[in-house]
Ligand binder design. Structure first.
Ligand SMILES: Nc1ncnc2c1ncn2[C@@H]1O[C@H](COP(=O)(O)OP(=O)(O)O)[C@@H](O)[C@H]1O
Ligand SMILES: [Mg+2]
Length: 247
């Protein structure tokens, strides 16, 4: 059984089908890359999986259970964590307090008191390389730190499935490498991950499988090597330069 199973997922905004009949299955332990041009529906797919937007048609099952139509906090407590493309940390709280919000809001809320939330959040910050800045103000963080914080907040909810929306956007090559290492470490801890990313070398190296969206439709779903040679994917997104650069 797949951990996540999206069947015929369709989302309309007025007359626009942001997602049309998307089928996506993700098995436990996989890293799946989700790519496609701007506006192709990647973030919308995360938004319908996490209950932020209602589905227009189709179904979403997580661990065999239909989660279509339930609220975002319920989806979170079922075990799906996410980051946001545009992160909005609580600016009056410290780094640690922001992560603790995730811990208290998430799956383990029942029985999770403040002390436990602090301990688990400190461990997450340690793993994310942010320990030294746990008492820092949000306004003092670099962009990379903010991305690490966004990831830490999601991890603090104790997900089984983690949805990452462009966590590498705007970072330099060294920072991208560091975030890639962090994502690998998280996967090695048993996490299943869907990565939305425009940094192609990162997706292709991290993902076991890559799905491609184009105008809300899935046009490819295959191992990275295969997707990077797919004619439709090259035409609609990657461009001939990618083929030349990777050959
Ligand atoms: N809340 C919304 N209201 C209206 N249209 C939206 C909304 N969210 C996304 N869209 C539209 O849906 C399409 C897919 O957007 P999005 O999922 O954000 O794409 P991506 O993340 O792949 O860049 C775009 O045409 C976008 O303008
Ligand atoms: Mg997006």
């Amino acid at each position: 059984m797949s951990l996540l199973e999206c069947t015929g997922v369709t989302k309309y905004f007025g007359g626009l089908a942001a997602l049309h009949q998307v089928n996506l299955q993700v098995s436990a332990g996989e890293i799946v890359g989700l790519i496609g041009p701007n506006g192709s529906g990647k973030t919308t797919l995360f938004n319908v999986i996490t209950g932020l937007y209602p589905l227009s048609m189709g179904s979403i099952r997580f661990k065999g259970e239909d989660i279509g139509g339930i609220r975002p906090f319920q989806v979170c407590r079922k075990g799906i964590g996410r980051t946001f493309q545009i992160s909005k940390p609580f600016t009056r709280m410290s780094v640690l307090e922001n992560v603790m919000v995730g811990a208290l809001y998430g799956k383990a809320t029942a029985g999770e008191d403040l002390k436990n939330a602090r301990t688990s959040s400190e461990a997450i910050l340690e793993q994310a390389g942010l320990s030294a800045k746990k008492n820092a103000r949000i306004s003092d963080l670099t962009l990379e730190d903010k991305k690490r914080l966004e990831l830490s907040k999601a991890l603090a909810t104790k997900p089984e499935l983690l949805l990452l929306d462009e966590v590498m956007a705007g970072l330099n090559p060294t920072e991208i490498k560091e975030i890639m290492n962090l994502i690998r470490k998280i996967q090695q801890g048993g996490m299943t991950i869907i990565v939305v990313e425009h940094v192609m070398h990162a997706v292709m190296s991290l993902a076991d499988r890559v799905c491609v969206l184009h105008h809300g439709e899935k046009i490819a779903d295959a191992p990275p090597e295969e997707v990077s040679r797919d004619k439709r994917v090259i035409e609609s997104y990657l461009g001939e330069e990618f083929l030349l650069a990777s050959s």
